[in-house]
Design a protein. Structure first.
Length: 382
């Protein structure tokens, strides 16, 4: 697998973060796909690999290929939750290296807010969970939070600092919806309780949105319109779908997926300049910070409360405001990648992390069950 290091490059990206305004998920996907392909200096006809998933369509790759007019010779609609798009990076690297496709499109779109939040993560084993009043996915996250508090003394105030840091980053993002509404720890703690100890402001936004990336071999990327961002390492891991199947409520397989990505990249957590980590909830993000190696297990609460993940802190994290304060259209993974690329390109504007040369994008699927990690870097990191 180490032979994939530096073999793949991201050569085009696009995002939509505004309300759908009557557009369909496929229509939004088509818009960002066109923009990303154009940015790369390619023609639609050159795209011969398609990687996509969305709960809106039973056969998303077929639906989108028809809608957009693609004829891919390789397609992948793997579903491991919101981290599917980080997984697609590794899948595309393998497919392109094997000659199964040359130019691949990774694309996602959702009209969740326009649909009044209709995109809901349920449980397959409802007979074991629903009778106990589980509200998916919030109640499983509450179980994780309660266990972390019990084992390590983590407090609701420390969880709240995660939301506050996200809002501080979003204040630097001109497209963020609440950039002019600062958030305090007291604001989070006084917001409605959804599933103890999860407050409303511990939860991600519900938005519309779409994102696309175009990837190809490092060799082909040298002849295209943009400066490539290279894939240095990838990793995946999974162990459960439902919270009743989670082996340890305070540790996840993120530690395994990121270890594989770090190993391939030849880097470690201290070498990462900027991190984009799936933040559906303050509690889940705090656990991931520990498992990704940014602090020791059990120290996530003090780490967040120290200001380390806020603007100016030692660990620049979710620099666009993330799912907590920028957007969360059902699945966030593609947007972690597009923000990481912007940071490495130096095009992130007021939120730009100075001198960023390496980035980690880590996605999670469902209630911390699926994980995929991607380490990205510039040409000098190869």
């Amino acid at each position: 697998m180490s032979g994939l290091r530096g073999s793949l490059a991201i050569v085009g990206i696009a995002e939509l973060a505004e309300p759908a305004a009557g557009r369909s998920p496929a229509g939004m996907m088509a818009e960002v796909a066109r923009q990303a392909i154009t940015e790369a200096g390619l023609r639609k006809e050159q795209i011969d690999g398609l990687f996509t998933t969305t709960p809106y369509y039973y056969a998303p790759s077929l639906t989108f290929a028809e809608y957009f007019g693609l004829t891919p010779r390789y397609s992948d609609s793997t579903v491991i939750g919101g981290c599917s798009f980080e997984a697609y990076i590794g899948h595309a690297a393998a497919a392109i290296s094997a000659g199964l496709c040359d130019y691949a499109l990774i694309v996602y779109g959702s009209t969740q807010r326009s649909d009044a939040g209709a995109l809901v993560s349920g449980s397959e084993w409802t007979e074991w969970e629903r009778p106990y009043g589980m509200l998916h996915p919030i109640s499983p996250i509450a179980m994780i939070a309660n266990r972390h508090m019990h084992e390590f003394g983590t407090t609701s105030e420390q969880f709240a600092h995660v939301a506050v840091a996200a809002r501080q980053w979003s204040a630097l993002n001109p497209r963020a919806p609440y950039r002019d509404r600062p958030l305090t720890v007291d604001d989070v703690l006084s917001s409605p309780m959804i599933s103890t100890p999860v407050h409303k402001l511990d939860c991600c936004l519900v938005t519309d949105g779409a994102a696309a990336l175009v990837v190809t071999s490092a060799e082909r990327a040298r002849d295209l319109a943009t400066d490539p961002v290279y894939v240095l390492g990838v990793g995946e891991a999974a162990d459960h779908r439902n919270i009743t199947g989670m082996p340890d409520l305070t540790s996840t397989r993120a530690a395994d997926s990121v270890a594989r990505a770090y190993r391939m990249a030849g880097l470690g957590p201290d070498d990462i300049d900027v991190a984009e980590v799936y933040d559906a909830f303050t509690m889940s993000l705090l656990v991931l910070l520990e498992d990704l190696g940014f602090c020791e297990k059990g120290e996530g609460g003090p780490f967040a409360a120290s200001g380390a993940i806020a603007p100016g802190g030692a660990r620049p994290l979710n620099t666009n405001g993330g799912g907590l304060s920028f957007l969360h259209p059902g699945m966030l993974g593609a947007f972690l990648l597009t923000e990481a690329v912007q940071q490495l390109r130096g095009t992130a504007g007021p939120r730009q992390v100075a001198g960023a040369e390496t980035a980690l994008a880590h996605g999670m699927g469902f209630t911390l069950g699926g994980h995929a990690s991607v380490v990205l870097g510039l040409a000098q990191t190869l």
